[in-house]
Design a binder for this molecule. Structure first.
Ligand code: ATP
Ligand code: MG
Length: 753
């Protein structure tokens, strides 16, 4: 069935259409937030498919896995037919992983390689530091060393190059030695860390470019935050036809601290002198008032080139800038305002229309308890990811051992779960012994319990017995994976269930949780996710197999279920905080989002709160790049469509000592020109404003009668005195004085004012 091209171009403006249909081989689409870059890129992919390009010949790199999912959904709406499922689409890391799984053997990467996530890397480094008795002075802890290594790798500097450069400078530092040992340990456990995934893929494609000889077009979103290695990958992906489209916005580059290279935009023009640049200048996301304010912030950067940006929406409501007595009062003010807005607008805003964007995860500590107090359903996109929960990690680590028992990292983590009378001392002893003898822990313990060792190990007699049990569990699970019954099903859930039963995991989890905690449901959720993942895999939705190219494909004798398990584990390791399970909606009102600003990139919400706008938080006290911090605030502000609230507490309290400390509005917002653009009062809601909200959100407006009704019935006021007053400590304003309306309802959530 021919594809309806009009559907792809429908609703796009002139420059967007030009970009979508451009015949330019190398295209840079540079434009401010909300100008439709992502939408244009998505349409361009659809356009290519409509013109007969084969989906598996197109690589699309997005910033998160969720973004690629959304992109696929949109493409599916435009062209249908399931073509989107065969695109090679995902983050750089997941695309690289797919190539390494299929072709890694060409550069001697064993197919069952595991992925070391940041916590694995830190564990390895901690062990190296201990083993060599390196002093851990300030700034020399495992986390710091890990990020230094990561930065070097992102700049393509191998350990040998690093050591060489230090020698030239007559330096002989411990860091180089740690780096070297770290690489060795990863290799012996058959692990690749996040940076290795990209670097090794680069090696692969340099040596075997045929792996990507089918690629006709490469498209990249959020290009301003790519690093040098990703840039090289882009060139290699595209080597055959040299067709590249990137979209980006230098004003939104916020990952410099992780070695993102803003210079990539310029380098691209040097490498490809025929680069065509298209600018988009209309903003479709935000009200003009929000846009003006955001521009006022970013324009404080005097080194930044001036550029055009025009609002397409009317002026709307001025952003609110508010000072609160304390972080706790700030949190309650936010909630009160959300409830007031919902009541005043006849609930055209759902909770899912609201985001609270924070500079760092810690700020959520003041907000979460209040959300719970007022029973507002929310999800937190910061801090602990679903797959990083302790009870989930154990299961994943067990599975990693099943797939690859030589993964000593994973093995050391689960060998004593549930407790097998192996203290952390004996485990460390085992790891050290294995290291000394040049074997993996798995080989060591297998030989040990068989009595095949010529040397002493730290294993005691009772320990030996439980180790044999452990070994048996792993071997049995491996056999189950291979068994005819299971192998062809491609579903890993039964494997997980059988494993958990063997280790009596439910009992372990429930007896090791704090009172009031309920962790087992998370494990059950993991099993649900595994089933879903495998179903999608079978349907070719999540990750179609890479097409065969002229490069030597991988003759696989693996069972379907083993392949699925490998992919499931890679998926878990590469998941970002955003990729956890969705929170259940209670009543169709949706779930509010609390997210770090970094994780909010590329997204939009009708109502955005940015609390904690004080010096020390943004700009952050640990950052020395003021311009990047300003851009971060700009990214936060430009997520908002209709209403933007900035706030800060004027007094902080130290968590440990309880000392009070004054805090000040950050300089970015204190500038003279900004004040007239903002208000400290609550926005007045009228039928007209409701109409304008609906327009910006592209939603139906509630009927005039309904609006009148809710406005009259509610008569709620912005409680100026309440928000500024210092509440007596320890009281929680459960019922807020909103003209006698009891906002808090103990059961059944907040419904029906
Ligand atoms: P960011 O820099 O934040 O990633 P962006 O440039 O990628 O932003 P999009 O997310 O693609 O912008 O678009 C922002 C909003 O504007 C979306 O809701 C999108 O649907 C809408 N939009 C884009 N182009 C148009 C258009 N031509 N007409 C109407 N709405 C549009
Ligand atoms: Mg975008």
């Amino acid at each position: 069935e021919p594809i309806d091209v009009a559907k792809i171009l429908h609703g796009l403006n002139h420059s967007q259409r030009d970009a979508v249909t451009s015949s330019a081989a190398i295209l840079q689409i540079l434009a401010p937030p909300g100008s439709g870059k992502t939408r244009t890129l998505t349409s361009r992919v659809a356009w290519m498919l409509a013109n007969g390009m084969i989906p598996s010949n197109i690589i699309v790199a997005t910033f998160t896995n969720k973004a690629s999912k959304e992109m696929k959904e949109r493409i599916s709406k435009m062209i249908g037919g399931g073509l989107e499922n065969r695109l090679i689409i995902g983050t750089f890391h997941s695309i690289a992983t797919r190539y390494l799984r299929k072709y890694g053997h060409l550069i001697d990467i064993p197919r069952e390689f595991g992925i070391a996530d940041t916590s694995d890397s830190s564990t390895i480094i901690t062990r190296i530091i201990k083993r060599n008795k390196y002093p851990t002075t300030d700034g020399n802890d495992a986390g710091n060393i890990r990020s230094r290594i990561s930065t070097l790798k992102a700049k393509r500097m191998t350990v040998d190059e690093y050591i060489l450069s230090q020698k030239k400078n007559n330096h002989d530092d411990e860091f180089g030695k740690i780096y070297k040992e770290y690489e060795k340990e990863l290799k012996s456990s058959n692990l690749l860390d996040f940076d290795d995934l990209l670097l090794r893929c680069l090696d692969l494609l340099r040596q075997h470019p045929l792996c990507v000889s089918n690629i006709e077009s490469v498209l990249i979103d959020e290009f301003q935050d790519t690093n040098l290695v990703q840039f090289d990958l882009m060139c290699l992906f595209a080597y055959k036809r040299n067709k590249i489209t990137i979209v980006g916005d230098p004003d939104q580059s916020i990952y410099g601290f992780r070695a993102a290279e803003i210079g990539n935009l310029k380098t691209m023009k040097e490498v490809y002198p025929d680069t065509i640049v298209i600018n988009l200048e209309e903003n479709y996301r935000s009200s003009a008032a929000i846009l003006h304010c955001s521009l006022e912030v970013i324009e404080q950067d005097k080194a930044r080139p001036q550029k055009g940006i025009t609002p397409t929406h009317e002026i709307g409501i001025s952003p609110v800038l508010r000072k609160l007595p304390s972080p706790d009062a700030e949190a309650r003010w936010i909630i009160q305002e959300i409830l007031r807005l919902r009541a005043l607008t006849g609930n055209i805003f759902k909770f899912s229309d609201v985001a609270i964007l924070i500079r760092s995860g810690g700020l959520a500590r003041d907000i979460e308890p209040q959300m719970n107090n007022f029973r507002i359903p929310y999800r937190l996109i910061a801090g602990t990811k679903f797959f990083e929960r302790a009870e989930i990690k154990v299961v994943l680590d067990y599975l990693r051992v099943v797939v690859n028992p030589n993964n000593s990292e994973a093995l050391a983590k689960v060998i004593n779960v549930p407790p097998r009378r192996l203290g952390s001392k004996s485990i460390e002893g085992l790891v050290a012994e294995a290291y000394k003898r040049g074997m993996t822990v798995w080989t060591l313990i297998r030989k040990g319990v068989r009595g095949d060792l010529t040397f002493q190990t730290p294993i005691t007699k009772p320990g030996e017995r439980s180790l044999s049990q452990f070994i048996k569990i792993i071997l049995d699970t491996q056999n189950l994976l291979k068994s005819v019954k299971c192998a062809e099903q491609g579903n890993v859930a039964p494997i997980i269930e059988s494993l958990l039963e063997k280790i009596n995991y439910k009992n372990h989890v429930e007896s090791h949780q704090k009172p009031g905690e309920d962790r087992w449901p998370h494990v059950e959720e993991l099993i649900v996710q595994a089933t879903e993942f495998c179903n999608n895999l079978a349907a070719g939705i999540d990750e179609a197999d890479l097409p065969d190219t002229d490069a030597e494909g991988n003759p696989s004798d693996e069972s379907k279920t083993s392949v699925a398990l490998g992919k499931f584990l890679a998926n878990a390791a590469l998941a970002t905080a955003k990729d956890g399970p969705e929170v259940d909606e209670e009543d169709g009102e949706g779930v509010l989002t609390i997210s770090t600003i970094h994780n909010a990139k590329g997204l939009e919400w009708p109502i955005v709160f940015v609390p904690g706008c004080y010096t020390g938080s943004i700009p952050h006290s640990r950052s020395d790049d003021t311009d990047e911090e300003r851009r971060l605030l700009y990214v936060a502000m430009t997520r908002a469509q209709t209403l933007l609230y900035l706030s800060y507490p004027c007094e902080l309290r130290d968590r440990k000592s309880g000392d009070k400390q004054e805090s000040n509005l950050c300089d970015f917002l204190a500038e003279g020109q900004l004040a007239p653009l903002m208000t400290s009062k609550g926005p007045v809601i009228t039928p007209q404003t409701i109409l304008s909200f609906s327009k910006i959100m592209a939603r139906d407006c509630p009927s005039a009668e309904k609006v009148k009704e809710t406005l009259e019935a509610a008569q709620l006021h912005w409680q100026d005195d309440w928000v500024e007053s210092d509440d007596p400590p320890g009281t929680v304003s459960r019922t807020m004085p909103m003209n006698g309306y009891n906002v808090y309802q103990p059961r059944g959530g907040i419904q029906g004012f």
